[in-house]
Design a binder for this molecule. Structure first.
Ligand code: 13P
Ligand code: SF4
Length: 328
């Protein structure tokens, strides 16, 4: 028997996704806001966003926005990039704690020390860096344009590349560039994707095309194995948008996708007759998944949390992004 003294509190009422989406649609109109989402966002957010893309596409799109408010559903460095390119607009990120383990692998202080050891070198930073690191950078790059950016630098000029060692290593191989120092940073999600798992999947689906993001820990050994003819001809190193375009254009039916699993949503939605297998089901970026429908609704309602960047950092950081956009 239940004692009369015990109070049973009903569980807090939870709004359904449909209710949240309806509120978001209403608020985005009232706020004159554009919602931009990265390819790794949860499906519900990808489906309602005005624009979904990779880091480069998000940066490019940010230069074309004419809405008053930009809501960046992605990680902090992406929201910072949008703000750098739109200093006069309100840029909000639904959860400012959505960081990036790769961006955290180098600080501005560390980069200044590294530069001091290599005077005359050009600093190329992957866009997965903080605004403070970008302020110390000559030119940024993303996985979409990294090769182009490296080739745009005169051959005799030494390069400091940061922070992703797998991407750096891959770039060194494909450009044959010897005078390039690479920072030993990595993304915990991609570094965890192992070549053994990819090989095992290939054994089960030998006709599958293998799509690898150059941040992957499997990149170096798989690229080497590819060069030795140990992998199928159908192996492609691509950015997340590159994978989307490839899946659309390819005549293959099966694809093994070595990147964060959020990308498979868009691939599968756009190509219902094709099959996409994650190279590693555990490749989930917890930071990307911190952006949820309730947080997006609250951010639009309150116009918070806003992205702010100190002006002295913003001026220098913006230059490194604009140089990148000019060569890509
Ligand atoms: P893309 O530029 O290919 O979208 O990659 C961004 C990223 O964070 C990969 O983990
Ligand atoms: Fe950063 Fe890796 Fe997440 Fe991409 S997947 S945002 S590189 S932690």
């Amino acid at each position: 028997m239940i004692s009369p003294l015990i109070q049973i509190t009903p569980p807090p009422s939870r709004e359904s996704d449909e209710e949240l989406i309806a509120q978001i649609q209403q608020l985005r109109k009232e706020r004159n806001a554009v919602i931009m989402a990265h390819n790794y966002q949860i499906p519900a957010i990808q489906d309602l966003a005005d624009f979904v893309g990779d880091s480069l596409a998000l940066a490019r799109e940010a230069t074309r926005v004419d809405a008053e408010v930009i809501v960046l559903c992605g990680v902090s460095f992406m929201a910072e990039t949008a703000k750098l390119l739109n200093p006069q607009r309100t840029v909000i990120i639904p959860d400012p704690n959505a960081g990036c383990s790769l961006a955290d692998s180098i600080t501005a202080e560390q980069l200044r020390e590294w530069k001091a050891q290599h005077p005359g070198a050009v600093v190329v930073s992957y866009v997965n860096t903080t605004a403070a690191v970008k302020a110390e950078t000559d030119i940024c790059c993303t996985s979409s344009n990294a090769e182009k950016v490296i080739r745009s630098i005169p051959e005799e000029t030494p390069i400091l590349f940061c922070p992703d060692m797998f991407l750096g290593d891959y770039l060194k191989r494909i450009t044959g560039r010897q005078n390039m120092e690479i920072w030993a940073g990595e993304c915990h999600v991609h570094a965890g994707i192992r070549p053994e798992e990819v090989r095992e999947l290939l054994e089960h689906t030998p006709d599958a095309e293998l799509l690898i993001h150059p941040e992957c820990g499997c990149t170096s050994s798989l690229v080497w194995a590819h060069g030795q003819g140990m992998l199928p001809e159908h192996t492609f190193m691509l950015s997340t948008d590159g994978m989307i375009r490839h899946a659309r254009a390819s005549h293959a039916t099966n694809f093994i996708v070595a990147t964060e699993t959020g990308l498979l949503h868009r691939m599968q939605r756009e190509n219902p007759t094709k099959r996409f297998f994650p190279a590693d089901r555990a490749a989930v970026c917890v930071y990307m998944k911190m952006i949820t429908l309730p947080k997006l609704r609250d951010a639009l309602r309150d116009l918070q949390p806003q992205v702010t960047i100190p002006e002295d950092i913003a001026v220098r950081a913006r230059r490194s992004i604009e140089r990148m956009l000019a060569v890509s």
